[in-house]
Ligand binder design. Structure first.
Ligand code: ZN
Length: 142
């Protein structure tokens, strides 16, 4: 993975074929002490594992989409979970039939490239477990 610092609002990350998307982005944030950031990306990914959250059962339906996919959009954020930067991202993927597949991103490998921007904000947000929804959510008050 290569990166450049952009002028004022963050980093441009060039992920390379075979990189694990989650690990690369989370390790990049950890190395810079980033506790809150926006993340966006496009590119192409392989074998993405997505989730759909079943609120009634309080668990994700998980599915691996085998093969190579256009990463039409990744939108997400970095916050702190269990003391470390955590990427929460949702994606829209496209295959050869041009139909969209979308969901919560568990992980994916880079198939061709992934071109990402990370825009840190000052401060940090921690995640804490919320029983009502069964997930680690932003621990903010107000
Ligand atoms: Zn999600």
């Amino acid at each position: 993975m290569r990166h450049v610092d952009t002028d004022k609002d963050g980093f441009a990350l060039g992920l390379e074929r075979g990189d694990a998307v989650r690990a690369i982005i989370e390790e990049f944030a950890a190395a810079r002490g980033i506790g809150l950031a926006e993340v966006s990306a496009i590119g192409a990914v392989a074998d993405p594992e997505l989730g759909y959250y079943d609120l009634a059962r309080k668990q994700y339906v998980r599915k691996v989409f085998a093969g190579d996919w256009e990463l039409a959009s990744l939108q997400g954020n970095i916050t702190i979970k269990d003391g470390k930067p955590f990427l929460h991202a949702h994606v829209v993927l496209g295959g050869p039939d041009f139909a969209a597949v979308a969901g919560h991103l568990f992980d994916a490998k880079v198939a061709v490239v992934v071109e990402a921007f990370m825009r840190p904000h000052g401060g940090r947000i921690e995640r804490s477990f919320i029983e009502e929804v069964g997930l680690h959510c932003w621990a903010i008050e107000g």
